[in-house]
Write a protein that binds this ligand. Structure first.
Ligand code: T5A
Length: 225
């Protein structure tokens, strides 16, 4: 959690495929910039030159034969470079960092769905993220049929995870909902089946309530480590 003397805040966007994370990162960034905040939009896997190189390996399924444990370690290695190169320097200069996927994606895709031991997942988080946890995690929730239909309507090539079956995506949704329920101080579940405009308003209300108002009042954000 960032201290009350720092103005930068760290927000992560999570959810299944096609939930609208990238769309909402852009919309929130626009709103914050109108308020004069410096905003860094970033994503995982990726967000730094080293991690973007690893993104290709992970999303093309090149690492899949190594097993989910090895994939979890590769996602963590990419995250480490992202933290060191992009996220920590941005937060240190007071920027708001909006990140499209972060630790909860590893918890869900490699942990809950990939059966990687939660102790390994937690240990990797501890080493890579440490105390630099998100101040707020927005979990965008849509039925997988809706999210996948959006992805396919885009007409782009699908990645290794988007190609999994519907049952896989239903379990992803359940795992995300459990995280949101289990960590209400850090996470907020957002109904993302509505129009992008409606979802953006809900997110903006949450950001005002949880992060901007406490900043104005000189309090640390309401986030859990
Ligand atoms: N992964 C990632 C792991 O397994 N472990 C990890 O630790 C990490 C970090 C990343 C993959 O990597 C895996 C999980 C992922 O499978 P990706 O290509 O970055 O892969 O895929 P996603 O993050 O899922 O990105 P998508 O682009 O597929 O989905 P988004 O960002 O949720 O959705 P978005 O905003 O791009 O929108 C998709 C389409 O829907 C429309 C948009 O215009 C767009 O066409 N749309 C809406 N339509 C109707 N109503 C709305 N509310 C809409 N919002 C957006």
């Amino acid at each position: 959690m960032r201290s009350m003397t720092t103005t930068g805040r760290f927000i992560t966007f999570e959810g299944g495929e096609g939930a609208g994370k990238t769309t909402q990162v852009r919309r929130l960034a626009e709103r914050l910039r109108l308020l004069g905040r410096e905003v860094v939009e970033t994503r995982e896997p990726g967000g730094s030159p080293g991690a973007e190189a690893m993104r290709h390996i992970l999303l093309k399924g090149i690492a899949k034969p190594l097993g989910t444990e090895a994939e979890a370690m590769l996602f963590a290695a990419a995250r480490d470079d992202h933290m060191v190169t992009t996220i920590r320097p941005a937060l240190a200069r007071g920027s708001w960092v909006l990140c499209d996927r972060f630790i909860d994606s590893t918890r869900v895709y490699q942990g809950a769905l990939g059966n990687v031991d939660p102790r390994l997942i937690r240990e990797l988080e501890h080493v890579v993220v440490g105390t630099d946890m998100p101040d707020l995690t927005l979990v965008l929730d849509v039925p997988p049929e809706t999210g996948l239909a959006r992805v396919h309507a885009r007409g782009e090539a699908t990645n290794r995870f988007e190609e999994e079956n519907l049952q896989y995506h239903r379990e992803l949704r359940t795992a995300y909902r459990e995280i949101a329920e289990g960590e209400p101080e850090r996470c907020l579940l957002i109904d993302a089946s509505q129009s992008p405009e409606v979802v953006a308003v809900r997110i903006w209300m949450a950001v005002q309530e949880r992060l901007l108002r406490p900043l104005r009042e000189g309090q640390a954000p309401r986030a859990a480590g």
